[in-house]
Write a protein that binds this ligand. Structure first.
Ligand code: UD1
Length: 357
């Protein structure tokens, strides 16, 4: 039995950790799961543990929200105490949220090796907090698990390479494939009142929802699309103020909901004719589901979803959003599944982690 700690904190971490933790458990391990409490609303956190069958975290640090410095500092203080007490042989971190960065910094300074799952993604846009988190985490990690071939090139450019880099596929897609055949699309259609064709939109990036001019542009683009296709928006709490001010609640054809759980969300996603989003993970999920995706950003750290999948970058120009939506609806793009997005990433990661910890 090894002593390794897996740290999760925010919504997109949970579906990435679930297959890794499950594969380690199958191998007879009892990985210690720590929740930082970065996300704490039931709909952003507990519902994922219930639905994905993740073990209850052994510790919840209850750090909560704040500015980047406030939140990251609070995360680091709480994590330092925990890692000194537990002295794990290794910590495993996921994705690019503030909990990922804070864990990597604290562990590295305590001399504890760090494995980074979803390493090497780059948007080359340092105005995104996640890009800073990715760069620092990869610099400090001694094991890098990548989801796509270009990640290895990015890491090599930064002087990170050799035996620390493992191309293992995409654990978030493991979770999607695990549930895909069990999704009840008719049931979610009924519960969310979705008759006929519909689109789904999610927005939460600070650059879109906090910037009133961009939020206004995007809402105008959505208004034009909603004139042709009703749109459901399960809205992250941080998007509510900016998008409300931009008038999203007053548009016929757009329905705004509280955030919904994983199973409902992927069912709604797989029945959609079009997805509009600024999320990273949803670009990957739509690629696997074969649903056309318009990414409301100027760049993506997941370019394989554009070169191979169903994704297209459209930024915030209302005319382009409308034109791309109409084009996608008239002639849906045919995508391919990126290599190793096959449901086995968690098992590959576990097989590499086990002998090394
Ligand atoms: C975080 C991640 C982002 C990820 C997103 C998914 C960072 C820097 N960002 O963004 O990469 O795509 O999670 O959701 O880590 N809030 C609640 N309830 C909660 C948590 C947050 O209402 O349970 C609200 C609070 O107003 C909070 C705000 O959301 O201030 C932002 O939360 P935070 O964790 O800082 O970042 P996210 O926007 O959720």
């Amino acid at each position: 039995m090894t002593n390794q700690i897996h740290v999760v904190g925010a919504r997109p971490n949970f579906m990435k950790a679930a297959p890794v933790v499950s594969a380690l458990e199958k191998a007879g391990e009892r990985p210690l799961l720590v929740h930082t409490g970065q996300h704490y609303d039931r709909q952003l956190s507990q519902i994922f543990f219930d639905e994905l069958g993740l073990p209850e975290p052994e510790v919840n640090l209850g750090v909560g929200s704040g500015s980047h410095a406030t939140q990251t500092a609070a995360l680091m203080v709480a994590l330092e105490g925990l890692l000194i007490e537990k002295r794990p042989q290794r910590v495993v971190v996921y994705g690019d949220v503030n909990s990922t960065l804070a864990t990597a910094v604290v562990a590295a300074k305590l001399g504890i090796p760090v494995a980074h799952i979803e390493a090497g993604l780059r948007s080359f846009d340092r105005s995104m907090p996640e890009e800073i988190n990715r760069l620092v985490t990869d610099l400090l990690a001694d094991m890098h698990f990548t989801t796509s071939p270009e990640a290895e090139e990015h890491l090599a450019t930064e002087g990170i390479g050799g035996s620390s880099v493992h191309f293992v596929g995409n654990p978030m897609i493991d979770t999607l494939l695990r549930f895909r055949d069990r999704l009840d699309i008719e049931d979610v259609r009924e519960r969310y009142g979705l008759t006929g064709d519909y689109g789904v939109c999610t927005l939460h990036r600070p650059s879109n929802v906090d910037d009133l001019s961009r939020a206004g542009n995007i809402v105008e683009g959505l208004r034009r699309v909603a004139a042709k296709l009703p749109i459901l928006i399960p809205l992250h709490p941080r998007g509510r103020d900016g998008l409300t001010r931009a008038g999203v609640l007053d548009i016929e054809g757009i329905r705004v909901l509280e955030p919904i759980g994983y199973l409902d969300f992927v069912a709604v996603l797989s029945g959609a004719s079009l997805v509009l989003t600024d999320s990273g993970g949803i670009q990957e999920e739509t690629t696997v589901l074969g649903v056309p995706c318009l990414t409301l950003r100027d760049n993506t750290e997941r370019p394989i979803t554009v070169t191979m999948g169903t994704n297209r970058l459209v930024g915030d120009d209302p005319a382009l959003i409308e034109e791309a939506a109409l084009q996608s609806l008239a002639d849906p793009p045919a995508g391919l599944i990126p290599p190793l997005w096959d449901g086995e990433a968690g098992a590959r990661i576990a097989a590499i982690l086990l002998p090394l910890v």
